[in-house]
Ligand binder design. Sequence first.
Ligand SMILES: [Zn+2]
Length: 68
Amino acid sequence: MLKILVLILVLVIVYLIFFKKKKSDKNQKIENLVECKKCKTYISSEEALIKDNNFFCSKECLNGLDKS
Ligand SMILES: [Zn+2]
């Protein structure tokens, strides 16, 4: 009986380590920041607007660059 409990405990620890690693990988992906070409604000690469290989935080910044 004790062997089974130890085996379950090991499996739980392995599961927790794997889950924690997977979660940290996901966070790392979210924290992939890029700098707005116009106002130098850092935003998520998923939210960033891309024009001519430059990143922008908003449409205002994207359009604002053309005026300057
Ligand atoms: Zn901006």
